[in-house]
Design a protein around this ligand. Structure first.
Ligand SMILES: *Cc1c(COP(=O)(O)O)cnc(C)c1O
Length: 420
């Protein structure tokens, strides 16, 4: 469910006409819908027991205006760097609702997080435990931790976003989990509060989640028997979204919530979740203009002014994004097959291959859907292209929440050495 719909023949973001927005902002641009973000957050958090902490995964969509939108609903944040932590704090998310994940936290980042009084560190290795203990001891602030365990469960998602198998770098191997907790209990700067797991992203089947959660619940009981205080279960993010409108939809958040509650109920732990994609993906679109329609020998190319530097998911994850014209096509509009591509000088700069679409004309606006998560956050200035700006819409209001970079912002920080 989202709030991007045709009204009077023009695609709107809530009450905002995207033709008019494109005229004001220029293309390409990301457009986020407040109502959609809010709806996704409420449906998701409402699927879990009271007292659950829903920590939005900042890496999915880190714009501070978006974070503030969610913060106003009570969201916490799951951060994976000092930069994300600072953004979350700037958006008004209290330290006490922030969890810190990731395999490579630096001591400087640990210090920042301890000073901000974050809710917990999700620790991913024994050396990280030692380093965190040293930093926390020096500061005189014990670090609340969970250990992220790797349950060796195949999430049955794209290889680049599966994280809970023995071959990935994430979490402490299942066989060493109890020993790692024993180590944690001995370290002076560490305070054990729970267990953490995250098995991957864009998971469209409840079964791998249930397998992982059941294993973690069993481990949590064992850890209690070992004498540890286990009062929180962080179950990670990862619930998938429909990228193809007519496909079978992924599981409903309420089914996910019911399953997670059932599997973990006996422990009486607080549940923590770190959803990113589920909140953000369908709350954002990338609006772009068709620069040229080029007739190749074997294919017809619709060349957009957005490129892989703006949205890298198709190139990186072979992902599917629906593409729709901003001006609603007439029912009798002929359909053609296009390779929808960007201007970047890479063959992988392609949004859709041999996609059947209503006939596209030069100058026409199109919207690439489901682009809110892992879109703008992964954008770059490759080819010296300023990344697409971001616009946040609420009802009839809109605001540019990250402007297009001018030359000074784009390359003004580069320096020519004295000796050159
Ligand atoms: C990426 C990530 C998430 C968010 O995953 P989604 O699939 O976007 O919900 C949550 N937790 C951790 C540790 C992550 O790395």
């Amino acid at each position: 469910m989202n709030h991007f719909e045709y009204k009077d023949g023009v695609l709107h973001a809530e009450g905002v006409d995207l033709n008019r927005l494109a005229a004001e902002v220029g293309t390409p641009f990301y457009c986020y819908s407040t109502a959609t973000l809010e709806r996704h957050y409420k449906v998701f958090s409402g699927s879990f027991p009271k007292g659950t902490l829903v920590a939005f995964s900042v890496k999915a969509l880190g714009n501070i205006a978006v974070l503030k939108t969610l913060a106003k609903l009570g969201a916490g944040a799951d951060v994976v760097s000092g930069g994300e932590l600072r953004k979350a704090l700037k958006a008004g998310i209290p330290g006490g609702r922030i969890v810190f994940s990731g395999v490579g936290k630096t001591k400087a980042e640990m210090t920042l997080a301890l000073e901000a009084g974050i809710y917990q560190f999700n620790v991913e290795s024994e050396p990280e435990l030692q380093a965190l203990s040293a930093v926390a001891t020096a500061l005189g602030k014990p670090a609340p931790i969970t250990i992220r365990v790797n349950p060796d469960v195949d999430a049955k998602t794209h290889a680049k976003i599966t994280t809970g198998t023995a071959e990935t770098k994430f979490g402490i191997p299942w066989s060493r989990a109890r020993a790692a907790y024993a180590l944690a209990a001995k370290l002076p700067g560490i305070k054990v509060v729970g267990v953490d797991v995250h098995i991957g992203s864009q998971i469209v089947d409840l079964e791998p989640f249930e397998t992982a959660f059941a294993k973690v619940a069993g481990l949590a009981a064992q850890l209690r028997a070992d004498g540890h205080v286990i009062e929180r279960l962080d179950l990670g993010g990862g619930l998938g979204v429909p990228y193809i409108t007519n496909n079978e939809p992924p599981p409903d958040p309420s089914a996910y919530g019911a399953m997670a509650s059932r599997v973990t109920r006996d422990l009486g732990c607080q549940i923590i979740l770190e959803p990113g994609r589920l909140i953000a993906a369908n709350a954002g679109i990338l609006v772009s203009r068709v620069l040229y329609v080029k007739q190749g020998e074997a294919r017809t190319f619709a060349i957009l002014d957005a490129g892989m530097n703006d949205l890298i998911r198709p190139a990186m994850y072979d992902s599917h994004h629906e593409i729709v014209p901003v001006n609603e096509p007439k029912p009798d509009c002929p359909r053609r097959r296009y390779d929808v591509v960007g201007p970047v000088c890479e063959t992988s700069d392609i949004f859709a291959a041999e996609r059947e679409l209503p006939e596209l004309a030069e100058g026409e606006l199109v919207a690439i859907l489901s682009a809110g998560a892992y879109g703008a956050v992964m954008s770059s200035a490759y080819n010296a292209r300023p990344p697409a700006p971001e616009v946040l819409v609420k009802d009839e209001q809109w605001s540019v929440v990250r402007p297009r970079l001018d030359d000074d912002a784009l390359f003004g920080s580069e320096r020519i050495p004295d000796w050159l």
